[in-house]
Design a protein around this ligand. Structure first.
Ligand code: AHR
Ligand code: AHR
Length: 519
């Protein structure tokens, strides 16, 4: 949560960021730093998995070792798989057992060919290697409930039953204990094989949930929402609230031109806020009874637990620039790197409502990390992810920001009349070791801002991590030869309380508090 004082005229007052480490808002769920790997473009084949790498970059399983190192560096806690749109025609049984017996199939979501040489057991082995949790998305397109139950039994079954035994026969004695399962992906989308109406989907989700939980009551089920502010979200939540544990939403920000690109991210903050209201609405059925002797308003929630939001596809993506069926290999600019930092600020500010978030995607496809046969290189978007995952943990801290705002054209258009687009975008966190972390994006293209930090201990030594800044322009990008946009580290002794945030920069300031906050 951030509150804003908007400076309408240049020079009206100086910008400021006010905080008090004792004003914590909520825990930050570490699962917001999740990833997503889909059978799409070069994400799995050539990204995670490249058994024939000519430069010895893959291990004995065919997994790219350099990619695994980056996942470890990013401390990715959970990875969604195998899609995305890919799920809608995926037959999981094609991807298990001896590799020479696995069928090659046409792939309909991205108009490719699926060799099935990487499947469930490979993904589980890869997750174990990385030290991350698997999150599987069920095929609710061409797939049946029987297929879904069989997959759950294959992964989690510990009894002497058919699919659990098939897993054992394939060399995996212990159950995988996959906790997170999604009830389909973008089931509302006209591009989806077996697009559903909200009524048909809700009915099916309730039935599937009951059966899946009969087989394994310990799983966490994720409902397929839309963007968080649609009638699909309202309806499916209302019908399925008692059957699910999280509600998934997707949104990609984008815009032609720097400020439009930046403004687009604020739709995500509004989406989280609206969606969390829809969750409350669905949970608390207000019963306006016509009988005078009956309590007028029932205060008992329909569902005892309050589902959280699972933002399981988020990022910057312009599908015209990087079409899905052509591999969606976006080249991310500094503007996009700042947009990703704002996305992450939004997750920290709204951490109360977020149970998980998985960036779409993690490797090669609209990704912070790119592979070549020679190695990996990091896009501008890699570095905010790294800094957030490393430092923005523990509890979210409330912040008040005095800043100018951007007033021009936005994408989507409604952002302009609904959300403020602050030039200084801020979130703050205090970690379990008593370090205060303040993340600040200055999205202004031409002006650096000398900003009062009301709340900083004078004289304290502050670690500074910065991305971008005055030597760059918004369209600058990295490439294989040159990662010119990367983290710059320095130290600042806070002799005063004014810090200058350079134009077009993301800065993370962190210092150890001299005393721990009381709460
Ligand atoms: O992440 C790329 C695609 O975007 C996913 O497959 C789909 O769910 C979304 O439309
Ligand atoms: O490219 C096809 C679809 O178009 C994607 O899955 C969706 O996110 C986009 O709107």
């Amino acid at each position: 949560m951030t509150s804003l004082t908007i400076l309408s005229k240049e020079g009206e007052a100086s910008p400021s960021i006010s905080f008090n480490p004792e004003n914590t808002i909520s825990d930050i769920n570490p699962l917001i730093y999740g990833g997503f790997t889909e059978h799409m473009g070069r994400c799995i084949y050539g990204g995670l998995y490249e058994p024939e790498n000519p430069n010895g970059l893959s291990d004995e399983n065919g997994f790219r070792k350099d990619v695994i190192s980056c996942f470890k560096e990013l401390q990715v806690p959970v990875v969604r798989y195998p899609g995305g749109n890919f799920c809608a025609t995926y037959r999981w049984q094609d991807g298990i057992g001896p590799k020479d017996k696995r069928p090659t199939r046409p792939e309909l979501a991205w108009e490719g060919i699926e060799p099935n040489t990487f499947g469930t057991d490979e993904f589980m082995a890869w997750c174990k290697n990385v030290g991350t949790e698997p999150y599987l998305c069920l095929n609710m397109g061409t797939g049946t409930l029987e297929d879904a139950l069989a997959w759950l039994e294959y992964c989690n079954g510990d009894k002497d039953t058919h699919y659990a035994n098939l897993r054992r026969q394939n060399g995996h004695k212990e159950p995988y204990g996959v906790k997170y399962w999604a009830l389909g992906n973008e089931m509302w989308g006209p591009w989806q094989v077996e697009q559903h109406s909200k009524e048909d989907y809700a009915k099916k989700a309730i039935q599937w949930s009951r059966a899946l939980k009969l087989l394994d009551p310990s799983i966490v089920l994720i409902l397929c929402g839309k963007d968080g502010y649609s009638d699909w979200d309202r309806y499916t939540l209302q019908k399925c609230i008692k059957s699910i544990d999280m509600h998934s939403i997707h949104y990609y920000s984008m815009g032609k031109g720097h400020y439009t690109n930046i403004s687009s991210v604020y739709a995500a903050e509004r989406a989280i806020q609206v969606c969390s209201s829809l969750i409350d609405l669905a949970r608390c059925e207000f019963d306006l009874s016509p009988f005078p002797d009956v309590e007028l308003i029932s205060t008992k929630p329909k569902s005892a637990k309050r589902p959280t939001i699972c933002f399981d596809e988020w990022n910057v993506w312009d599908p015209e620039r990087a079409p899905g069926n052509k591999g969606a290999e976006e080249l991310y600019t500094l503007s996009d790197g700042l947009a990703v930092a704002i996305w992450l600020n939004i997750f920290i500010r709204n951490s109360k409502d977020l149970g998980m978030a998985t960036i779409a995607q993690s490797v090669n496809v609209i990704a912070p990390l790119m592979t070549t046969p020679r190695g990996v290189w990091k896009q501008t978007t890699y570095f905010p992810l790294l800094l957030f995952s490393k430092y923005m943990r523990g509890k979210s801290v409330s912040v008040h920001v005095r800043t100018e705002t951007y007033q021009g054209k936005t994408f989507p258009e409604w952002v302009q009349s609904t959300c403020a687009v602050p030039k200084l975008d801020v979130s703050a966190a205090i970690d379990d070791d008593g370090w205060m972390n303040v993340a600040v994006v200055n999205s202004d293209e031409t002006r650096s801002f000398s900003t009062q930090l009301a709340g900083i201990d004078k004289g304290i030594e502050v670690q500074v991590f910065a991305l971008g800044g005055e030597n760059f322009v918004a369209t600058d990008a990295n490439n294989e030869e040159n990662e010119k946009i990367a983290i710059r580290e320095s130290t600042w002794i806070a002799t005063g309380d004014v810090y200058t945030f350079e134009r077009l920069s993301f800065t993370l300031l962190r210092w150890k508090l001299s005393r721990s906050p009381k709460n």
